[in-house]
Design a protein around this ligand. Structure first.
Ligand SMILES: [Zn+2]
Length: 225
């Protein structure tokens, strides 16, 4: 618990620093001079942008997903720094790329939500990295960000599990937050990484069970098991 408070305080301090020093002109990856968005030209070139949506197939259904880039090189480092090093500038970078993608693809959404984490993970990490991205994106697009899903069951870390084990691990773990979901027709669901899509598809199902018509899935990176 003490560790959780420490991490939460670190998160708040980083948020304050973000406001005081919004852009310190250093590349978040190589510390070289960054011209814009906290990335230098060379690091930006190493990002393998995914231009088209892709599909996840499960139980005879097809789910459309968008990711900014492959889970490699610079983009992988950005996602990892946000998740494990409390580097919220990396959340800013991901939100900037996501904003660009949403505008380019003309995706129409009423609300932004995110994949929830368990209380145990929250106490350990001090923040939910998907929520950090979603909040920043919400500010940039001026679209509300709301927690519409909760995690009702503790799961094993998906890292190290096979594809089948990942689907099994997250089954029945997510429930829609009852409040006013039915008011939203088009929801944007954010996470940092998609691998098998098991987590995102289960979250998407939870939203649809509670009246959401369309769920757009968007992640920072796309990885493989
Ligand atoms: Zn760089």
């Amino acid at each position: 618990m003490g560790r959780g408070i420490y991490k939460a305080s670190k998160y708040i301090i980083n948020c304050i620093l973000d406001i005081i020093y919004p852009d310190n002109n250093a590349c978040v990856i190589c510390k070289d001079c960054a011209l814009s968005h906290n990335l230098c030209t060379r690091c930006k070139r190493d990002i393998e942008i995914i231009d088209k949506p892709f599909y996840i197939y499960h139980n005879g259904e097809k789910y459309k997903c968008y990711s900014i880039a492959e889970h490699k090189l610079v983009m992988r480092d950005i996602v990892m720094k946000l998740k494990y090093e409390s580097n919220f500038t990396c959340g800013e970078i991901l939100a900037n790329y996501m904003k660009k993608l949403i505008i380019q693809k003309n995706i129409k959404i009423d609300v932004i939500t995110f994949v929830p984490i368990s209380k145990k993970t929250y106490n350990k990490r001090g923040y939910n990295q998907a929520k950090v991205i979603a909040k920043k994106l919400s500010e940039k697009l001026d679209i509300p960000c709301k927690q519409l899903i909760k995690k009702v069951k503790e799961t094993k870390d998906q890292i190290g599990l096979t594809s089948w084990e990942r689907w099994r691990n997250v089954e029945g773990c997510f429930k829609s937050v009852k409040s006013s979901n039915s008011n939203f027709e088009n929801v944007l669901l954010i996470d940092d990484v998609v691998t098998t899509g098991a987590t995102l598809i289960n979250c998407s199902k939870a939203l649809k069970e509670n009246g959401v018509k369309k769920v757009f899935i968007l992640t920072g990176t796309k990885s493989v098991v």
